[in-house]
Design a protein around this ligand. Structure first.
Ligand SMILES: [Zn+2]
Length: 258
């Protein structure tokens, strides 16, 4: 019998929180879902609804929302488990509260969709936050409209590693990102969460596999089936390992100066 080589897998894209119960997405829910998989580590982001009211385009920040953000981000820092290494990302919003960054934060989550309240890109606090992110060498998972994605990468985020999730699926699409020349940039990474097999293959064809990471988009994606999707591509073992864990560790290693 030939034993399958087991690669310890890291999920580079999952949402986790205990306040927004519109989805089952607390740590126990995630741990249960991945219990029978090879996933041993996970990058967690707060649920959007714990950060701002995505359904109110005229959203005005309040002390209550600030409290919710603080509590939500703190929850991710509190997670400990022998079975799963948690890599907490800090979900940043318009108060650009980088003073809440702790040494254990592994990245930044930056997220909005087209009909949601906007980030204040022209605010001086935004530039200051980007400086702080750059100094700490934290990667930014950027889910934004295409125009803002392009501006962020071409104008604002010089020297910052940006991960475009879903192979661009919610940033204007894989092709639009390609047409803008963003995938080709050395500081632009990608994750496979909910991307199609053909997009993953097209990405690797043009840009290789050095900046591509496995992600599940839990709870919107199922970690086990997202993992099966990547394994079913029939990649050579080295390439598969890079996508399932190696690239994430390289990304994180750069923070710690390894
Ligand atoms: Zn997501």
């Amino acid at each position: 019998m030939v034993e399958r080589q087991v690669t310890a897998v890291i999920d580079a894209h999952a949402h986790c929180g205990e306040m927004d119960r519109s989805w089952s997405q607390d740590f126990a829910d995630y741990a249960r879902q991945v219990a029978d998989t090879d996933i041993v580590g996970v990058a967690f982001f707060s649920p959007v609804m714990e950060i701002y009211d995505r359904y109110d385009i005229n959203f005005v920040d309040t002390p209550e929302w600030r409290k919710s953000r603080r509590r939500s981000n703190a929850y991710l820092l509190s997670l400990r488990s022998p079975a799963l290494t948690v890599y907490p990302y800090f979900f940043i919003w318009n108060d650009f509260a980088v003073d809440q960054l702790s040494p254990v934060h592994c990245g930044i989550k930056w997220h909005r969709h087209a009909d949601e309240p906007v980030y204040h890109y022209n605010a001086s606090r935004c530039a200051e936050a980007l400086d702080a992110i750059r100094r700490r060498n934290l990667p930014v998972v950027l889910e934004e409209e295409l125009d803002n994605t392009v501006r962020f990468i071409k104008e604002l985020a010089h020297g910052i590693r940006v991960i475009i999730p879903h192979l661009g699926g919610l940033n204007g699409g894989f092709r639009a990102i390609a047409d803008q020349g963003l995938w080709a940039r050395e500081n632009v990474w990608a994750d496979t969460a909910l991307a199609s097999r053909s997009e993953i293959e097209a990405y690797m064809e043009d840009y290789g596999h050095g900046r591509l990471m496995f992600g599940s988009d839990f709870p919107f994606g199922d970690p086990a089936s997202e993992l099966r999707k990547v394994r079913s591509l029939g990649l050579d073992p080295g390439t598969e390992k890079a996508i399932l864990s190696g690239n994430f560790m390289r990304l994180q290693g750069a923070i710690r100066g390894e």
